[in-house]
Write a protein that binds this ligand. Sequence first.
Ligand SMILES: [Zn+2]
Ligand SMILES: [Zn+2]
Length: 536
Amino acid sequence: MTLPARISPAAGQALDSYLEHVAEANDLTAADLTSLIRRSSGHPVRYLTLHPDPATMLAIAELTGTAPMQLAAMTLSSLAEHDGWQLEPFDPAERGAFATITNRGWLRSRGSQLCPRCLADDGVWKLLWRLHTATCCTEHGSYLIGRCPTCQRPFRDHHTTALRVAGTPTVCGNPTGTGRAARCPHDLSHIPTRPAPTGDIARQQAHDQAFRGLPTPVFGQAVTAGEYLASTRSLTVLLLHLAQQTDVGDPSVLPAWAADVASMPRQVWGKRPPEDVELRSAVLGEAHSVVTATDRHQAAERFAPWLELVPRTGESAIAWCTDRTRLTPSLLALLNAAQNPRRRLSHRLQHDKPLVVEARHIPQQIPEPIYQHHLGDILQLRIDTGRTFTSLCLARSLPGTTSWMQAATLIGLPTEVGDRIPALASAALLSSIDELLQRLHATAEDLPLIDYRHREAQVRQLATTTGWFTTWRQGRAGTRPQSVRYAISWLWEHHARGHPATNPADLVGPRQHATYRAFANSLTVTQQHALRGAVR
Ligand SMILES: [Zn+2]
Ligand SMILES: [Zn+2]
């Protein structure tokens, strides 16, 4: 049997909303139409916008004259491939079937959000409003509304009927008591809305496009729409869990909403997102900005402050995250990139408390005994390289230093040293980043308060004259005037703690370097003392 008045579904309309319009066009109540469908299919009418059973869909197709394909597109299951919902085992004919899939992608079996202005325009309830990942109306540029201001419940919150008893009018109509007449009278088309920021709208546009099946790039790579949707939602779940760990992190580098989440009771975020639409929008926006970064490294940079919130217990960070969200291939790649030791060290040095107060107190190479005592056993590096690396770490921790090259410049080292050594060191690190940071702290505490830039200037000044050397070499038989370069090199190394690359006395070739070593090793304590004296 086909109903006499046939109407077409509106774009994006949810199946239950469509049926309410069909009932109205045919002068039927919602209850009349529901019982017609039930009699025709022989099944209870359940999960209309989620995943109705095939007999129900067939009955609706017959009654309305609308093609089954078109009807299916008005249910969330038609979108299932887009968000890893895996609805196959879900059997709508089973009572309580929904309980088996509640942890998949924030699905809900009843209730809806709402854009009052859209509803005022055409009385159509949109399918996407059912999704917790929907937070804005892209047409009106405003946040969706989650609850009725009068009855304080989600819209369309009726569990005993498949369709709204109120039908197509824009009153809330939620049951407010047991009586038939007890319905919430609030006019939904007049609920005031709040404008959403452009970033939230852009996120919503990407989301809605993905639900239409249009691929959205993840880390700059073309992936399926489903990978984008599942990655964004799973990362949102992870961010919510991480925001509740802020007692172990630095809240100043996190967005403001993290503090709101931190003060909320702990919950299984994978099952149920925050109800507040603006908060939900903000967290989804953060996840979206990580997932849509231009490449994996940019994404890892953006995710770095979050990774620091993972509690450092016996289990790995990835294991901790896996316990709390579903790691899609993209998210796994993100975590691996973010865990790169060099990236983590950079992040910690930049955001933790500075290790020293001023750059001038950092020598280009940490004195060898201090280095050996604190760090020699955890860095598999040549001692010289390790000492320079330690200096770079101290400089990298100074406020305003955002790169290793900048750290190198701060202590007068060539930028390529800043580029090369941290990469070498992170590969040679035998401890955790936390352990390394503790050792760096102890190193900084042991460092004498010397103005090394001043000492470097003293040695450079000395390198422009020779009179002092003529005097000094009288105390060392057989020393030639040309050996002044070795004396300067010795002072550069031992007085200024300077790096060989910046030595004002240019040592050329392996022979001069070998001669310098022999010179340095042959110096008596008295000769060393006299050399230092020449500086003053
Ligand atoms: Zn709207
Ligand atoms: Zn209400």
